[in-house]
Design a protein around this ligand. Structure first.
Ligand code: HEC
Ligand code: HEC
Ligand code: HEC
Length: 460
């Protein structure tokens, strides 16, 4: 089962750095430091009225799917929306909360007004601030109608679960929820969109989907010193707990400017476009839980909008990521004298590749003929100047179900059930793969691999 922990949160960074500078805040415990409860929390709980109209419920469910609420609000193996996912941050773990309609453990006592404040403004029902692990800055662009529909669905369409996840305990000063008010001032929020989002024209709908719901920029836009998304580098690529969410602006060398609308739609629908790209890690999960469930019209609107985002160049990239490489003209590196390698640490890149990858990706790197295991040349992950996603794929593997296809590649980390590769081996392998099929040897070191290994979700 895909471990949603991999769904990466920029909050991680937010709590790590932005808050470190806020230590002037008086040292008080978490909740006592919060402002007094807002008036709304005294209001009686929403009375479970008659079930809302079916179309309102359907819309609410669709908006919640597009917003990918389930990704963060579900623990690995846990009940949907019951919370408990630990989001590792340098200041401690932020634990997502139960947002099922259970009155005691979940958000059953939230009125529509309370819900709106949480989703669009990051305010909890008791008036305290939510950590920005909850992407309310993106959701602040949602229309009133969509928040309303989503509220109706959460209250009546989601099964209540009577479980309270562990309480978030961060280190000072991030444990002071009040410091979030400062972050919020800096990060700001956007004005909600107006009108009926279902009637927007294609480009406006695409923009709404990309920003207010799917929050693509949460992962793909780099952040400034205060870790807010840099407006002038929208979708220009950003590191993400070991992974790298690539530049997806319309640049033809650094971005996805050579992709057609149909390419991008296929990617969002299945996570796989032969000869171009696949979605592993956090992107695989976004595809599995969210984008693959959009209507065709919405996928096209989203793709059309993304593909016209102004180009932003990345100096590190010297050519389209997906254009590098060709099939290796050495069908069998073992030809000639048979050698036996007793000391695994003496294995070179080609040996490690041959022993661990060639069975699926082919000795020549061409993949399987049905593209189930993709070719490693003409592959944006291998051609990228940022080797991060290749390293993470080798450690973590791929496990994604979307568009009726289960894409599975084993990981080679310590928990691997096939073969554990050391840091030295992974570094040698990755350098060999990028030199042979991609944009060159990036000189990945064992230390770099160790750092990335540490970012992997901990296996229980
Ligand atoms: C990227 C991860 C992430 C996504 C996506 C996400 N949330 Fe959250 N949400 C969190 C975390 C973490 C918290 C708890 C934050 C805290 O304790 O300060 C939270 C808190 C909340 C709360 C406050 C509940 C309470 O009383 O503690 C509500 C309501 C909520 N989320 C609703 C939603 C809805 C609706 C969506 C989808 C539109 C959504 N969230 C998507 C991470 C996420
Ligand atoms: C949770 C973080 C996250 C979110 C949200 C996210 N992405 Fe990604 N995206 C990534 C990562 C990480 C990769 C690299 C995946 C890999 O290595 O296979 C990626 C890869 C991609 C690629 C492939 C680029 C290439 O050159 O191969 C495209 C296209 C893309 N994302 C589009 C989107 C769009 C559009 C959205 C919003 C609908 C989105 N992403 C939302 C993290 C994210
Ligand atoms: C059991 C078969 C199998 C083995 C062994 C295997 N792979 Fe894969 N690989 C796959 C499949 C299946 C995918 C996923 C294709 C998709 O996403 O649709 C994949 C995806 C990839 C990707 C693209 C991932 C991304 O981020 O988008 C790379 C790069 C890759 N493999 C490299 C390797 C390397 C290097 C090795 C050796 C350490 C290896 N693979 C071993 C089957 C395999």
């Amino acid at each position: 089962m895909p471990d949603v922990k991999r769904k990466i949160l920029w909050s991680v960074l937010v709590t790590g750095t932005a808050l470190a500078s806020l230590s002037a805040t008086p040292a008080r415990a978490d909740d006592p430091a919060a402002p007094p409860p807002a008036a709304t929390s005294a209001a009686p709980p929403a009375t479970p009225a008659a079930a809302p109209a079916a179309d309102l419920m359907a819309r609410g469910e669709y908006i919640a799917t597009a917003g990918d609420c389930v990704a963060c609000h579900t623990a690995p193996g846990g009940k949907p929306f019951a919370g408990g996912l630990r989001i590792t941050t340098p200041m401690g773990d932020v634990v997502s909360t139960n947002i099922t309609p259970d009155p005691d453990h979940g958000i059953g006592k939230y009125t529509e007004e309370d819900f709106e404040k949480a989703v669009r403004h990051g305010l909890r029902r008791d008036g305290s601030r939510l950590y920005p692990a909850m992407p309310y800055v993106s959701y602040s662009g949602m229309t009133d109608d969509d928040v309303k529909a989503m509220y109706a669905w959460f209250m009546h369409g989601v099964k209540p679960v009577a479980v309270t996840p562990p309480v978030t305990e961060l280190n000072f000063p991030a444990n002071l929820r009040i410091t979030m008010a400062v972050w919020n001032l800096v990060a700001g929020s956007v004005a909600p969109e107006t009108g009926d989002s279902a009637t927007y024209d294609k480009m406006r709908r695409g923009k709404y989907l990309a920003n207010a719901l799917e929050h693509c920029g949460t992962c793909h836009t780099p952040r400034n010193m205060m870790l807010s998304e840099k407006e002038d580098s929208y979708l220009a690529g950003a590191p993400l707990l070991g992974w790298y969410a690539p530049n997806i602006t319309s640049s033809k060398t650094s971005g996805i400017g050579n992709w057609s609308e149909d390419d991008l739609v296929a990617y969002l629908k299945t996570g796989h476009v032969a000869g171009l790209s696949q979605a592993a890690g956090p992107m695989g999960e976004a595809v599995e839980h969210s984008t693959s469930h959009l209507t065709d019209d919405d996928m096209h609107a989203l793709a059309a909008y993304i593909l016209q985002v102004p180009a932003k160049e990345d100096e590190a990239e010297h050519g389209p990521r997906e254009a590098f490489g060709q099939a290796l003209d050495v069908p069998d590196i073992r030809s000639g004298e048979l050698t036996r390698i007793d000391k695994l640490d003496e294995m070179t890149g080609p040996h490690i590749y041959d022993a661990n990858c060639a069975a699926c990706h082919g000795g020549n790197g061409a993949g399987t003929s049905d593209h189930y295991a993709p070719s490693l040349f003409h592959n944006s992950v291998v051609g990228s100047a940022h080797p991060d996603d290749l390293i993470m794929t080798v450690l973590n593997g791929v496990d994604r179900t979307a568009g009726g296809l289960h894409a599975y590649m084993p990981g080679f980390d310590h928990g691997s059930d096939v073969q554990r590769l050391s840091n030295t081996e992974v570094a040698a392998l990755v350098n060999y793969v990028t030199a042979t099929f991609g944009s060159g040897d990036h000189g990945v070191t064992p230390d770099q691999v160790e750092k990335m290994r540490k970012q992997l979700p901990k296996t229980p």
